[in-house]
Design a protein around this ligand. Sequence first.
Ligand SMILES: Cc1cc2nc3c(=O)[nH]c(=O)nc-3n(C[C@H](O)[C@H](O)[C@H](O)COP(=O)(O)OP(=O)(O)OC[C@H]3O[C@@H](n4cnc5c(N)ncnc54)[C@H](O)[C@@H]3O)c2cc1C
Length: 458
Amino acid sequence: MAKDLDDVLARAVEVVGPPNVVTDAEVVAPYTTDWTGRFHGTTPAVVRPGTTGEVAAVLALCNAARVPVVPQGGNTGLVGGGVPRAHELVLSLQRLRHLDAVDARAGQVTAQAGVTIGAVQSLARAAGWDYGVDLAARDSATVGGTIATNAGGVRVLRYGPTRRQVVGYEAVLADGRVLRRLDGLEKDNTGYDLGGLLCGSEGTLAIVTAARLRLVARPSHTVVALLAFDRVDDALDAVGESRRCVDTLQAIEFFVRGGLDLVCETFSIPKPFAADHDAYVLLEAAAATDPTPALAACADRLADLADVAVATEPERREALWRYREAHTEAINTLGPPHKLDVTLPPATMSTFLARVPDVVAGVAPRARTFLFGHAGDGNVHVNVTGVDPDDDRVTDAVLRFVVELHGSISAEHGIGTAKRPWVHLTRTREELDVFRAIKRALDPRGILNPNVLLPADR
Ligand SMILES: Cc1cc2nc3c(=O)[nH]c(=O)nc-3n(C[C@H](O)[C@H](O)[C@H](O)COP(=O)(O)OP(=O)(O)OC[C@H]3O[C@@H](n4cnc5c(N)ncnc54)[C@H](O)[C@@H]3O)c2cc1C
């Protein structure tokens, strides 16, 4: 194997050029630790192809020699899926950075896998459009990575997750064959939806090298409201009520007192209101005409609203968003967190939020639990600090609790290595059999991200 690996690396150098087969420990280090700092590994090299043809040639070499590969985009994934855990080769797609001009007739754009979501948004906005996916990691997360994780983000409520934006794809199979369907046909019922299959496949089925993305109309008026409540249940009622009465909503986010305090302390930001409150809901509405009156009318109907701040100007809107978006970064300052991104049905959300801190305390009495998320989608990010990175008791307890309450163990971050031992909690044996059959069909030698998503073979 060592000799095969040496051969693969030597031939990879011929394919991508010497500067793009990186083995220097210092340069390799950022590719082998994930964004949270919880997941580490080692790799024989980071290979950085610059074209689809180079990706294909490198994969053909790896497949022939059975060298396992972990694809990596912006390395902002939160489930340890993009870093090598068992000395796999890292295939970085960051050099695939070409972004076509916006196709204004189609309302679409073609982007290579390494283009960041921020770059897609900027290009789209400059042309009078927007991209439906938005997330706090926008300036690092890539088109390929967001497809591989089927990333959600703050506007799923309105535009759906990444899968809904993908109209075409280009991908390289494990053996180097290229699949390409980038014409952007909105309707094409000619068999299996292979592009859709790649969404959420976490680099286990093929390497995404480019995508044709659907753009959305850019509303000219945007307004953000931060609502404060003294009971979490009042905040949950407000989520339902705002969905009912504001038809231009594009985000409904949620956080609680402990997270807000941490954000304000960590980044020295003034609190949003004179008094402290237990729960906060951030609403963003956008439309061709000013949605402020509809939002204000909705706020007036919320009997238990304790306070409200409204922003229409970009700077002030960003300031309100910061209370929510800075949670992830602020929590990371406390040490590597256990990040449990889960979905609950509305019927059990209240029970979950009330009891999950006790569930955590039951197995990790000194841990701190932070709760925030995309309330419009029933998506809670349970972040737990003060627990050893390898201690899985909190993960086990929380995920079992989620399933007891009829939720899903992953809302938008995926399974990665972090949740691999628990996939069977939300996927049946029959579904997992089909997953394995699909994996074998596309990657018979099992070289693509072999240590994520699918449970180890029985
Ligand atoms: C501050 C912060 C906020 C975040 N907010 C959100 C959020 O709101 N919603 C959300 O869904 N996620 C969020 N995330 C998580 C993360 O940004 C997403 O999972 C994102 O999709 C990862 O993209 P990436 O390019 O960084 O992929 P990476 O982290 O590099 O990889 C993620 C997975 O995709 C695979 N992969 C990467 N590129 C390819 C490719 N070209 N072909 C095949 N497989 C590939 C990797 O092997 C890995 O399994 C957040 C992360 C941070 C740090």
